[in-house]
Design a protein around this ligand. Structure first.
Ligand code: NAP
Length: 278
């Protein structure tokens, strides 16, 4: 068991920003991530809305954030998954899959989340064989093909536009007739001749034969089929708040509820980034 002043779970922008500040305040801080540092930044090709950087690659910004925080003494353990978070009085205990344990009076939950799954037939079966949740990771595999994107938020519209670099056509299917995405993203997508929106479309099935061949959806009572080589699903995010062995208040979506100081219902535990909700 090793002792720290602060343990941070999650090495995306929220965790790294927290680590930069705590380390700079001379608090002995450990940051844990089950993968490489960067979180969702690693699934974003170009970032053009981060103050101070007109345009920077997601991976480059992640590296810069990591280097910056380490410069103040942040200890980082990458590729080390947390198994569970427990408590012992006011101390928080972080148990790792590796068997290691860390103890600290303060814990910052910055573990983000995982993509929300559609839950339709064919989704799991064709995951990695045409079904994807990451345009930057998989877009290049679909050069010249027609693709479907599912969702109506920022991610669906932005990633849909990104996919037009490779795809001959991108259909964005949304379950309602009004997008949730920011107007600037919608304007760009609407101006892109390779993008076609399909509204009021409830995806029912992903069909394939070894790999994705089409997608079936229901629109105004009729079942329709779209011939596509890939289906990219961007319908939101499920926060990783299930690591706690004890109750911490959260909403129905699993987002940790926090006060204006980002503290959760458990004293000494803060929820930041995509894991928390004020
Ligand atoms: P989101 O904003 O929660 O949007 C999810 C979309 O998926 C909504 O349009 C929703 O439809 C749809 N949806 C949810 N469950 C569905 C289901 N079971 N079947 C079909 N459709 C479903 O999620 P997001 O787009 O991933 O964005 C997450 C956060 O990241 C947001 O805060 C967003 O602003 C941010 N983000 C920002 C940028 C940027 O600024 N450039 C880029 C990406 C993400 P309804 O509209 O009908 O609810």
């Amino acid at each position: 068991m090793s002792n720290y002043d602060v343990v941070i779970v999650g090495g995306g922008p929220a965790g790294l920003a927290a680590g930069l500040y705590t380390a700079r305040m001379n608090l002995k801080t450990l940051l844990l991530d089950r993968g490489p540092l960067g979180g969702q930044l690693l699934n974003t090709e170009l970032v053009e809305d981060y103050p101070g950087f007109e345009s920077i690659l997601g991976t480059e910004l992640a590296t810069k954030m990591g280097d910056h925080a380490r410069r103040f003494g942040l200890e980082v353990r990458e590729f080390e998954p947390v198994k569970e978070i427990d408590k012992d009085g006011s101390a928080k205990i972080v148990r790792m899959e590796s068997g290691d344990e860390f103890r600290a009076p303060a814990l910052i939950m910055a573990a983000g989340g995982l993509p929300r799954y559609l839950g339709v037939t064919g989704e799991k079966e064709y995951c990695g064989r045409g079904v994807s949740y990451c345009a930057v990771c998989d877009g290049a595999f679909f050069k010249g093909e027609e693709l479907a994107v599912v969702g109506g938020g920022d991610a669906a519209v932005e990633e849909g536009e990104f996919l037009t670099r490779y795809a001959s056509k991108v259909y964005i299917l949304h379950r309602r007739n009004q997008l949730r995405a920011q107007p600037i993203l919608i304007d760009r997508a609407e101006a892109n001749p390779k993008i076609e929106f399909i509204f009021d479309a409830g995806v029912k099935e992903i069909v394939g034969n070894g790999k994705v061949q089409s997608l079936k959806y229901e629109q105004h009572g009729a079942t329709k089929e779209l011939s596509v080589g890939g289906v990219f699903i961007f319908i939101g995010f499920v926060p990783n708040s299930g690591l706690f062995k004890f109750h911490v208040d959260h909403d129905e979506g699993g987002y940790l509820l926090t006060d204006r100081n980002m503290q959760t219902s458990e004293p000494g535990i803060w929820g930041v980034g995509d894991a928390g909700l004020t």
